[in-house]
Write a protein that binds this ligand. Structure first.
Ligand code: ZN
Length: 407
């Protein structure tokens, strides 16, 4: 064996098992495995989960919060401020910040990330190319999926359509889009499908982002997805309009979303910061209805979106922090709800990102995190430290610490 992990908890049964790893894959899971191994980790009853999956993140504009403030805290000012800052980004600057953000993810046990890398005619491909280079540089430690992302819109930013094609030719994994920030949301969606079909790629849209539901385009997106035979290949971020929608209108849309197998990336860190800014009292949460979507059979993920920038001036690149925030915000703390939260940062995004061989099961990739908690039910609540992060059988992160009590 390449690696043997002894005495760890891998599910809600809280029953300790050993995990044997060979050639980067999980070979055997059983009690008391006795086999020679290059390395043995003594788990001491700690919880092991599969590597965390970050389903929606902007590495290229991470860690710029201190440069120019977003004083109103609105989406409008966040876009304005970031637009000004973007013109100052150099390749070196993006490289430094994105590297720092990737290191934060890895140390927090994230081993897969889908990142939206943006471009527009005035800024060119600086950021995009840098992210593509980092994808290659870090491939042994974290799998990076790159979404070609036209943040400034396509029709309202002439030249962007050609850049979308170029980005796909440069190796983008997924076609991104932003119907809410373009002159014609429906035409925007149609064009994204045209590009996705040409390159046979999945789609991931910044679908909508407001406190009211009027003008929603998610129903159209579902119909288009089914018409094009793209079921299971389309993901949407934010989708805050649905949080404002009464059940009578919401339920048929959720049914349609389940039929179209749309994946939803709920982004509570950003949506809570920017949403409800015009509410004088009883300020809305402005977050997509996670429980209703989940109960309607939609694949729901929780993701970070931004780390310390005008859209989200906080965050440590830690998905457990996002999940902990979502528990009160999306009413996920109930007895029947809590256990559905961890999958929203593991299995569900793994499904959305089409990760193969994911999980703590025999035959799966040995990409695991050993957590400093001994009760599987408290995996999020304890906010445990990541003791070991293992990618394809290799220990990439190892926490060494010593507590000294002077009393
Ligand atoms: Zn985003």
């Amino acid at each position: 064996m390449e690696l043997l992990i002894k005495n760890v908890i891998i599910d809600e049964s809280n029953k300790p098992v050993d995990i044997a790893i060979e050639n980067g894959f999980i070979k055997k899971i059983a009690e008391n495995i006795v086999a020679p191994a290059d390395r043995v980790i003594y788990g001491e009853g700690h919880v092991v989960i599969p590597g965390l999956v970050e389903a929606h993140l902007h590495l290229d504009k991470a860690l710029i919060a201190g440069r120019l403030p977003n004083k109103s805290g609105t989406l409008k000012e966040a876009i304005e401020v970031t637009g000004k800052l973007k013109s100052t980004f150099t390749k070196e600057d993006v490289m430094t910040r994105a590297t720092e953000a990737i290191e934060m993810l890895i140390q927090n046990g994230t081993t897969y990330v889908r990142t939206h890398a943006e471009f527009d005619p005035s800024g060119g491909f600086h950021g995009f190319e840098t992210i593509m280079a980092l994808k290659d540089k870090y491939k042994e430690v974290i799998d990076i999926q790159v979404v070609a992302f036209p943040q400034e819109g396509i029709f309202k930013s002439p030249g962007t359509e050609e850049m979308m094609h170029r980005a796909m030719e440069l190796g983008a994994d997924v076609v991104g889009g932003i119907p809410y920030n373009d002159t014609d949301a429906i035409a925007h969606i149609d064009l994204i499908f045209e590009i996705a079909k040409k390159y046979d790629r999945d789609i991931d849209l910044h679908q909508d982002f407001k406190d009211e539901y009027e003008g929603q385009t998610i129903a159209y997106l579902c119909e288009k997805t089914i018409k094009e035979g793209y079921q299971g290949r389309v993901s949407v971020g934010h989708l805050t309009t649905l949080g404002a929608m009464p059940d009578a209108e919401l339920n048929p849309i959720i049914e349609l979303m389940a039929k179209a197998q749309i994946n939803v990336m709920c982004l509570p860190m950003t949506d809570l910061h920017l949403g409800g800014r015009n509410d004088e009292y009883n300020v809305r949460r402005a977050v997509t209805p996670v429980r209703k979507l989940r109960d309607g059979g939609v694949n729901v993920c929780l993701a970070t979106n931004n780390i310390r920038n005008p859209f989200t001036p906080y965050g440590n690149g830690d998905l457990l922090q996002v999940a902990m925030l979502a528990i009160p915000v999306a009413h996920l703390g109930g007895a029947d709800d809590l256990h559905t939260t961890l999958p929203m940062i593991t299995e569900n995004p793994a499904k959305a990102l089409k990760l193969r061989n994911y999980g703590v099961k025999v035959g799966c990739e040995a990409t695991l995190v050993v957590l400093d908690t001994k009760d599987y039910h408290n995996t999020i609540l304890d906010m445990p430290e990541r003791l070991f992060v293992i990618k394809n059988g290799h220990v990439t992160i190892e926490l060494k610490r010593q507590l000294t009590k002077n009393y």
